[in-house]
Design a protein around this ligand. Sequence first.
Ligand SMILES: [Zn+2]
Length: 462
Amino acid sequence: MKLFDSQSLELRAFEPLVPGAVSIYVCGPTVQSAPHVGHLRSALVYDLWSRWFSYRGYAVTLIRNVTDIDDKILEACHDSATQWWELAEAVQADFQDAADALGIERPTAQPRATGHIPDMLELISTLLASGHAYSADNGSGDVYFDVSQWPNYGELTHQKVEDLQQGSGDTGGKKNPEDFALWKGHKAGEPATASWSAPWGAGRPGWHLECTAMATRYLGSQFDIHGGGMDLRFPHHENELAQARAAGHSYASHWLHNALVTANGQKMSKSLGNGVLAGELLEQARPLVVRYALASAHYRSELDLHEGFLTEAAAALGRIEVFLARATREFGEVEAGPVPAAFETAMDDDLGIPSALAVIHDAVRAGNQAADSEKNDAFRGAASEVRAMMAILGMDPLDPRWATGSSDDSVVASMVTKILAARQEAKNERRFDVADALRDALDSAGIDIHDGPNESTWSIRG
Ligand SMILES: [Zn+2]
């Protein structure tokens, strides 16, 4: 298996620290507001990695934290009757519901930052004792990491401290503008429940520190993979790594970063107002369609939520579903069999899902051709391959977990596909009255047709 290590910036063969096992830490959501598509994509990417490692025989330990104390969570509850911990709990539950709906397997553990304050205090004590951290001299109770005392700072993202532009303006009690907070002293106006006592003054942990403390608590001083969204590389992961190494931990052997989700080519952000919530996407299509849509791009490519994003996924997935429904009608049951070597090659190559999906669609085409020419062994073989490959990706349409109406959906998909084919034939023969009548029939049944340059796709009107 090869993976793209975003520290060395090259494809590297995966070499586990412990043979047959893989330990992964992934930065989870900061639970301040309803989860957006970016959160779900990130969770799905590591679900797919974890499924592939399992398929390859590794025992997977996946830790995904929940940042449940943070400036943003406190800000969101400022001037509100809602307690910060109440908001954190509610948002975490929303995130979990969306992840469950998409069939994202629960990580081995999901530690919450507030449950690990003693680990964080210990880490800060170590850094203070070794001279890598200091208490601010302005009485704020803040503790900072001293970047000037860590010559390797920048090793993750290949930056030199003198080139960094962060922390301009008021530096508070910092010695260097690049220094970052390990501990934030309690401020007047902040709730007493957001403060823990510490030898250097009551307060709360800094975000970067939280992850280092939790990663080493669960996975030890050295572990295989640290993952997260591309937006976390700097400063979050650079800072995590600096404080971990300065405290004597080897930390992650490989770093993975997934690309972000864009909306019509633009970065999604709160300020642009174009953020798409997980719940909104799940209202527009079946969970399996959403899973297929979010999984279909390579994890290192941006995923663009353009017009037709879900209908394209529904059409592609529909071809697989209709094929498997055809095989089930023919053979009663389709057992998952071995998968084609090309599928394994694609997945081994840095989780090449787009190539793996191409192998699946090739098998569907070959299977349909075999069925058309009544070559039943080849038909059955293709169906068992398709089912096995889809199951590895957590998208087996015949899995009862997707069963909510899925057999009805397959029937609908099959009918609509056939009607669209008849309509295309009518158009080719310039029998436009027939083509229009077929479209009107679908329309009155609540099905929208989207005519593209090469083919027509469809969706059920929501
Ligand atoms: Zn993190």
